[in-house]
Design a protein around this ligand. Structure first.
Ligand SMILES: [Ca+2]
Ligand SMILES: [Ca+2]
Length: 268
């Protein structure tokens, strides 16, 4: 290894380590501010899932809400405002996790979540919550990559009564799918709100989570993510070369470099 390469590696690693604190905490908090954002790169995006406490021995209809799948790049989410759809007062929290105890029938409510970022940009999502149905889904990839099929699987969902007629998906890029297991391929990097709706005899409850899709960090295409890719991305910093702009924010910058660094030796 030449001295020149060693020098590059040192700079790369130091800058990557400096940024790893925010990178490891997820893009929701503390990512670098993005100056020019392409139109497909929508942020923030509100999303939530819920778990009905259908088998709990508690009074009322207790529901756990989780908005941790919401997303904002370059800014923090400073508030979550919940309208639980039952006439109760809206609840404003700083935590993405809340629970709400409903009392009485019909056991389904249109719930609206509004998130706001520290630069005062908001996004809302409204979804039907059906107490006797617990929708959930898993994803088969740790990291979503442009051009790589990803499989969403809703077979972990449960119904405690209503007859399930099917599973409907919105992939957040304008396309939809149906079936308990679906596979989708994204063509552009960015943030996508994936929603899954269960069609039932009592109503169609929905949950959603935001997924971030990256360009492949194996930028030199040799089949693995390694130091060669790290150097490639580092040498293209601030050149606006699309191939090296892995998060699709319009520039090859530190965020892209850290993404490669964090995914060295990983199977992509
Ligand atoms: Ca490579
Ligand atoms: Ca970028």
């Amino acid at each position: 290894m030449t001295l020149f390469v060693r020098a590059i590696l040192l700079v790369v690693l130091v800058s990557a380590m400096a940024g790893s604190a925010f990178a490891s905490s997820g893009l929701q908090r503390g990512s670098p501010v993005v100056s020019s954002v392409p139109s497909f790169f929508k942020s923030p995006l509100a999303a939530f899932t819920y778990i009905p406490c259908a088998l709990c021995m508690v009074a009322g209809n207790l529901v756990f809400f989780n908005a941790n799948g919401s997303f904002a790049i370059g800014h923090s989410i400073v508030s979550y405002v919940w309208n639980f759809g039952d006439g109760s007062a809206e609840l404003k929290t700083t935590s993405p996790f809340v629970n709400h105890d409903y009392f009485g029938y019909p056991g389904k409510w249109l719930v609206t979540l509004t998130i706001t970022t520290d630069d005062n940009v908001s996004d809302s999502v409204s979804q039907l919550v059906l107490f006797e149905v617990a929708p959930s889904f898993t994803v088969n990839l740790r990291i979503l990559i442009v051009g790589k099929p990803v499989t969403f699987n809703a077979s972990s969902s449960r119904s405690y009564g209503p007859t399930v007629g099917g599973y409907l998906w919105g992939f957040g890029d304008g396309t939809t799918g149906s079936g308990v297991v679906v596979t989708h391929t994204y063509s552009m990097p960015g943030a996508y709100r994936v929603n899954m709706t269960i069609a039932t005899s009592q109503g169609n409850p929905t949950i959603s989570r935001v997924f971030f899709v990256w360009r492949n960090p194996d930028v030199n295409g040799d089949g693995s993510v390694g130091v060669d890719d790290l150097i490639d991305v580092w040498t293209h910093q601030f050149t606006n070369t699309t191939q090296y702009d892995l998060d699709g924010d319009g520039a090859c910058d530190t965020t892209d470099l850290i993404f490669v660094y964090l995914n060295q030796f990983q199977t992509i």
